[in-house]
Design a protein around this ligand. Structure first.
Ligand SMILES: [Zn+2]
Length: 409
């Protein structure tokens, strides 16, 4: 077997960050007809590079198999749509965007974000490797290329499609060839263009025990320190950063060409680098201590669920996110604890979760079925979900979610 090497700096990977045993691909949901088939399981083991401290997974499957028929449609999350609309408003006024500019989004999903630029007559281009979600974007009038992004694609598009604003939300973590991807951004960005990217912050993963956000599609877990190094290696400069509540704690980084003197380093960038240093994110030992906390969490989660079952409670899930599959499969939880889960996405309803084989139903099931406890799997959306399902109080139903320990809300 080849020894794995860091997807950024190529150093040998020798340190385990979190070993979540084996799991199927988190988004490979099963149809009822597939219920009797075997499923491929892969090791789910996050490593940390001793040199650049990038937390990362080894690659076991081709990106085509992982992302070819993606079942996550961004438009099904109302809070994410609101987040996207606000972002578009901010960028249009910050950059004074109009019909003479171009906005390019990498991993543009179903066009949920570019629609807010398109409706202002700003030329847009989406690049999205999953054909089924790209088709949904084209249907709503968003020009979309069904491609994996990298240097070669960027060279074929520039300069005609060079970007004044180059957006990548929740894609950098999912990129197997990180260096090729960032090199492509350097090529596709206009001389005075702006890059913004959002991705979950590894500091939140570490400090809030968010190990369930580790899944096979999610190759890299960035600190601000490490992502700044990655950009610098490709002639790009990260000059500003915002911390966002999305996905349990994300960063929005702002990048430009390294010789773009119009953009000054922000105080926020310096402050976050310093906070990561004080938080131990620049020390290997911090990452090596993490695995024991993951094991402790597994014991707590099982104790909590066993306690409810011993009291005779009926538990159902809410949501079918990738993080839910990591949690259920790592902890060995199936229908003996959670009878089914519910999801708004009709592409998931009537299917079975990978590995655990927990059935997915429409949310209306909860009102008819009146379970005692609703376990919210996408804990990052728990405020939205507890509001939507507040009617479970009518029969004394309770919510449970990781906070980070799993408890009744
Ligand atoms: Zn490295």
């Amino acid at each position: 077997m080849n020894r794995p090497s860091c997807r950024f700096c190529r150093s040998p990977l020798e340190h385990v960050f979190a070993d979540l045993r084996t799991s199927p691909l988190a988004n490979s949901i099963l149809t009822p007809e597939q219920a009797n088939r075997m499923e491929p399981f892969y090791p789910l083991r996050a490593l940390v590079c001793g040199e650049c401290l990038l937390v990362q997974l080894e690659e076991f499957e081709t990106p085509e198999n992982i992302f070819g028929d993606y079942s996550y449609f961004s438009s099904y999350s109302t809070s994410w749509l609101e987040h996207s609309r606000r972002y578009a408003d901010e960028m249009v006024s910050l950059l004074d965007l109009g019909p003479g500019n171009r906005v390019v989004e990498l991993a543009s999903n179903d066009g949920y974000l570019l629609q807010y630029f398109g409706e202002r007559q700003i030329p847009v281009l989406g690049i999205e490797p999953a054909a089924n979600v790209a088709a949904a974007a084209v249907e709503r009038g968003i020009p979309t290329l069904v491609e994996f992004f990298g240097r070669a694609l960027a060279e074929s598009l520039a300069p005609d499609s060079a970007a004044d604003l180059l957006i990548g939300n929740n894609v950098l973590a999912h990129v197997p060839d990180l260096n090729d991807f960032v090199a492509g951004m350097k090529v596709l960005l206009k001389a005075d263009g702006l890059i913004t990217m959002e991705f979950p912050h590894v500091m939140r993963l570490v400090e809030d025990n968010q190990w369930d956000t580790i899944y096979h599609e999610h190759f890299s877990y960035f600190s601000f320190t490490t992502v700044s190094r990655v950009f610098a290696a490709h002639g790009l400069r990260v000059f500003d950063v915002e911390e966002l509540p999305t996905h349990g704690g994300s960063l929005r980084i702002y990048g430009c060409h390294d010789d773009d003197s119009s953009r000054r380093q922000s105080g926020r960038a310096a402050e976050l680098l310093e906070r990561e240093r004080r938080g131990g994110l620049t020390e290997l030992a911090t990452y090596l201590d993490y695995g024991a906390r993951v094991v402790a969490d597994k014991l707590q989660i099982l104790e909590f669920l066993i306690g409810l079952k011993r009291e005779g409670k009926r538990i159902v899930g809410y949501g079918a996110p990738a993080k839910g599959n990591t949690l259920l499969n790592y902890c060995g939880i199936s229908t003996e604890f959670i009878e089914y889960t519910c999801d708004l996405n009709p592409h998931k309803q009537g299917h079975l979760l990978p590995g655990s084989r927990v059935p997915v139903r429409a949310p209306e099931a909860i009102r008819e079925d009146r379970p005692d406890v609703v376990l919210i799997l996408p804990w990052n959306l728990k405020d939205e979900i507890t509001q939507q399902l507040s009617f479970i109080g009518e029969w004394g139903g309770r919510f449970a979610a990781r906070t980070p320990e799993l408890r009744l809300l």
